[in-house]
Ligand binder design. Structure first.
Ligand code: GTP
Length: 239
């Protein structure tokens, strides 16, 4: 099991839903500003920071596919939704003085830079927050997989996966009072028990390349800071 420690370069994965706050869909400006503030705090600590944001607050590819749309097209719409979220986050961060660059796996040159690995690394070295948009650029992959892939490509030491619960449980803690909380978990256990911390492609990719994941609650103020300074927060997945 990987030891918790102070990390120098991290990737924060947010679901699109994290941006919607109490709204049914879309982006809640207060929630966005709040997340941007937390990101700024991390940046002030001198940590290199990458961000991947899902698109589920705007469009959910998988559910559209079950309603008859082709999976590929549904996923493409979802990828475009992630670009919208990335631009919104860039806006919120730059408003408070955090330099950012959005790099997209799907080219929309008028809006953001195309994803070029070496460029992403250079931006990080220059102290910019790098927001990866457009997923992996391929349908049938999730933004969780994109997060793992980009984290590896840019030498991040850990993925921080933000959720609405305190970490990983054996069953839904919102439905079951006796749900068991895991402080740490191996990749194989997560896969075998189908604990759904991320989809299996993403978890397998992390396992094969030994990239640890911390699953934590974004709604608790200061949790990101705790996670990157090696404090006990959420569930660490590795080993
Ligand atoms: P350095 O090379 O470190 O100076 O990085 P930089 O990003 O500041 O340099 P550059 O001159 O390439 O970019 C200046 C601005 O243009 C930044 O805000 C970039 O995000 C943006 N930019 C660069 N390439 C593209 C692109 O292909 N499309 C769009 N829309 N913006 C771009």
């Amino acid at each position: 099991m990987p030891q918790r420690k102070k990390y120098k370069r991290i990737l924060l994965k947010l679901s699109g839903e994290a941006l919607k706050g109490k709204r049914e869909y879309g982006i809640c400006p207060e929630t966005l500003d709040n997340i941007a503030k937390q990101v700024a705090q991390v940046k002030e600590m001198g940590v290199d920071l990458c961000l991947v944001i899902g698109g589920g607050n705007i469009f959910r590819g998988v559910s559209a596919a079950t309603n008859g749309m082709s999976r590929s097209n549904a996923d493409y719409i979802g990828m475009i939704a992630t670009i919208m979220n990335a631009i919104a986050m860039q806006d919120a961060l730059e408003k408070i003085g955090v330099h950012t660059r959005v790099l997209s796996a799907i080219e929309v040159r008028e809006i953001c830079e195309p994803y070029i690995r070496r460029r992403a690394i250079r931006h990080l070295e220059k102290g910019r927050v790098v927001i990866f948009a457009g997923g992996t650029g391929n349908p049938y992959f999730t933004t969780d997989t994109a997060a793992c892939l980009r984290a590896m490509e840019t030498d991040c030491e850990i993925i921080l996966k933000a959720t609405n619960v305190d970490g990983v449980y054996d069953k839904d803690p919102k439905k079951y009072k006796d749900a068991k909380f895991y402080k740490e978990l191996s990749y194989t256990e997560a896969l075998q028990k189908n604990l759904k911390i991320m989809d299996s492609t993403a978890v397998s990719l992390c396992r094969d390349n030994e990239l640890p994941i911390i699953v934590f609650n974004l709604n608790e103020e200061g949790n990101i800071k705790k996670a990157i300074t090696g404090q006990n927060v959420g569930t660490i997945v590795g080993g």
